[in-house]
Design a protein around this ligand. Structure first.
Ligand SMILES: Cc1ncc(COP(=O)(O)O)c(C=O)c1O
Length: 424
């Protein structure tokens, strides 16, 4: 363990500076134990070249089943060209937060597009989806005397979250008292949501859930959950980070679940998944979302999304709308991949969404499996405690549309060999 102590230089100040003892902090021991258990890497992984269905990392070519940009459009030469063109037109950065100078045309056009998609009258884009979620909770719990008559106090707002919500939704609620201002309901369970809402006696309630849950690919009964929100007059915030531009079309899986989505008060998306670039957005009623510019903190106190990023996000949304067969074909390949995994005897998550999680169980076994598959030339992510319950670890497999059939075949053969060795 390296224990550093700051060296004190003589100063002209009239006090003797105290040495800072890094050893008073637990971080060094934490780092060491995380590295030996595989939670943190001993060495940063450095990718040389683009991240896609394959990556070149630390000098090795790997087949990548960890990437969330599932269609691989971020490496498509046409979109790279569009990004470069928009960079020449708008530069690399907006040059500050939204409220200082304003946004560029591409941000505004992207926000109009999101309004049109969801039938809402205001969309605010953020640097990432996580910033959108954190900003939403900040804004909806804000208590701020601005200036004389101008003030807001939402400390009486009550939040009810699905237990499996993403870190970026749970984390900003940590300042709320559980059982008074914060409640949870059983994952994807409208009856349990109703039980919780029945007990809450507040005129200001916000229910928060996701469409597609990233660790196990489960899909919410969106319409039934929104029915309960409507019955109790609660606002609803639905995080569609993992479903945006993937589900919702009549011919695709989960059409029934998605039918009701536009009824949600707020819909949040991430542009890092199907779109494959970066950014997030919240669409909803102007009287709320316009205040988020100020109250979220994650719009006001941070730089705005890069203009070429906003422009390329919009181009890809338009492209996917004009070519639905791309997503249709991707979803077909995902369901074939799932079927092969099932036929090979793997235990998979219950919901047949595009996210296929293979159950491994013991946390240390999952880490061994990750290392072994890395040796065999694959990058796969494992989800284990604290991302999921202890010893319920899974390997989350994201098919990339650029994977070839032989990549998939070879992977399944190798996964079987590793399964036989570790018995999961
Ligand atoms: C449900 C959910 N919400 C939000 C996010 C954050 O999205 P972004 O990568 O755009 O910050 C993620 C990403 O993992 C997610 O799965």
């Amino acid at each position: 363990m390296v224990v550093a102590t700051q060296i004190i230089q003589p100063t002209s100040k009239n006090f003797i500076p105290q040495p800072i003892k890094y050893s008073n902090w637990p971080n060094s021991a934490f780092l060491e134990s995380c590295q030996s258990a595989g939670y943190l890497l001993d060495q940063i992984n450095i990718m040389d070249g683009m991240s896609g269905s394959r990556i070149e990392r630390n000098g090795r070519q790997l087949i990548n089943l960890a990437g969330i940009n599932i269609l691989g459009l971020q490496e498509n030469p046409e979109f790279i060209e569009i990004f470069c063109d928009k960079t020449r037109q708008y530069g690399l950065a907006t040059g500050g937060s939204r409220l200082t100078q304003g946004v560029c045309v591409p941000h505004w056009l992207l926000e109009q597009k999101m309004n049109e998609i969801w039938g809402k009258n205001y969309t605010l884009t953020f640097g990432t989806g996580a910033l959108a979620n954190i900003g939403f909770i900040n804004a909806m719990t804000a208590a701020l005397p601005v200036d004389g008559q101008i003030k807001i106090d939402n400390r009486d707002a009550v939040f009810v979250l699905d237990r499996d919500c993403h870190w970026s939704l749970w984390n900003p609620t940590s300042k709320l008292k559980y059982g008074e201002q914060l409640f949870s309901f059983k994952h994807n369970d409208p009856d349990d949501l109703e039980k919780v809402l029945k007990k809450i006696n507040s005129p200001k309630v916000v229910v928060v859930f996701e469409t597609v849950y990233s660790s196990d690919g489960s899909v919410a009964p969106i319409g039934q959950l929104l029915d309960v929100c409507e019955k109790y007059g609660a606002l609803s915030y639905v995080d569609d980070a993992n479903g945006f531009m993937i589900y919702g079309e009549r011919n695709r899986p989960f059409y029934e679940e998605y039918l009701a989505l536009s009824r949600a008060t707020f819909i949040m998306v991430s542009f890092s998944k199907a779109i494959g670039i970066e950014g997030g957005a919240i669409s909803g009623p102007a009287e709320f979302v316009a205040t988020f510019e100020f109250l979220s903190g994650t719009a006001l106190f941070t730089a705005t999304m890069q203009p070429p990023t906003a422009a390329t996000n919009l181009e890809i949304i338009n492209y996917l709308q004009a070519h639905p067969e791309i997503m249709d074909n991707y979803l077909l390949r995902c369901s074939q991949f799932r079927q092969i995994l099932l036929d090979s005897g793997f235990c998979l998550n219950n919901t047949p969404s595009y996210i296929n999680s293979v159950y491994v169980g013991k946390d240390e076994v999952a880490e061994q499996v990750r290392r072994e598959l890395l040796e065999l030339g694959y990058c796969i992510p494992i989800f284990r405690y604290p991302a999921v319950k202890r010893n319920q670890a899974v390997i989350r497999l994201m098919l990339n549309n650029q994977h070839t059939e032989s990549d998939i075949e070879k992977f399944i053969q190798d996964l079987k060999k590793v399964r036989d060795k570790y018995q999961f």
